[in-house]
Ligand binder design. Structure first.
Ligand code: ADE
Length: 218
């Protein structure tokens, strides 16, 4: 699976891609991530990618043409999904992550400034995605969110295949409470113990407890 991220702040992704499971997935070749500086597709030698908004207002808007050119150059074939991040987009969830993980190529456009020329949302992107009801400074964090949620669904990215299988409920996931050693600890003067059922060795009962306490993430 291949991810292409279009941004005016490529360095934001550097340390993120060098850590933990994402780093290993990259090393193993389970995923490929390319970070593209949008300024490469600017019209002028200054690398301008923004301009004043029609209708007047403060701030700047990202121009459609550099983004459109970038996508045209980066797109590899039919089996690709072009995502624009915007707080006005469709809400991202586990189901979307699963859907996205089935594409060969995911192209993500990170907006900045006061927004992106609406013609990108309408005629360049296949999907407009929001990661929640709040306004961020740009689409870079949403791109990491989609990259991470989709990547962990790619075979071999999070270790054992059985791990994903055990946690899956249809296309959703069950997330239940976890405990580790020691069995007994003290927090602010009170004794806090691991639930007895988890120490019982009774796998059938443990599964029942996990199903009861778990939350299904859709
Ligand atoms: N850009 C700014 N805020 C955003 C959000 N909540 N989701 C996606 N992109 C955004």
């Amino acid at each position: 699976m291949r991810f292409d991220i279009i941004t005016i702040f490529p360095s934001i992704f550097k340390s993120y891609l060098k850590e933990s499971l994402i780093r290993r997935a990259l090393e193993k070749g389970s995923i490929e991530v390319n970070i593209h500086n949008l300024r490469k597709w600017a019209d002028d030698k200054h690398g301008s990618v923004d301009d004043k908004p029609f209708g007047g207002e403060n701030g700047m808007v990202m121009m459609a043409e550099p983004i459109s050119r970038a996508v045209k150059n980066i797109r590899k074939g039919e089996d690709s999904m072009v995502i624009l991040f915007t707080p006005r987009g469709k809400k991202f969830n586990q189901q979307k992550a699963t859907e996205f993980s089935n594409y060969k190529q995911i192209i993500m456009i990170c907006g900045r400034y006061e927004g992106v020329d609406e013609r990108v949302a309408k005629y360049v992107a296949n999907e407009n995605i929001s990661i929640g009801n709040y306004v961020l400074m740009g689409g870079e964090l949403p791109a990491m969110v989609v990259l991470e949620t989709a990547s962990r669904l790619v075979p071999n990215v999070i270790g054992k295949e059985s791990f994903l299988k055990n946690r899956k409920v249809g296309e959703s996931f069950i997330e239940y409470p976890q405990y580790t050693r020691p069995e007994k600890i003290e927090i602010e003067g009170k004794e806090r113990k691991v639930p007895n059922i988890l120490l019982s060795g009774n796998h059938k009962e443990i599964k029942k407890w996990r199903d009861k306490k778990g939350k299904i993430i859709r």
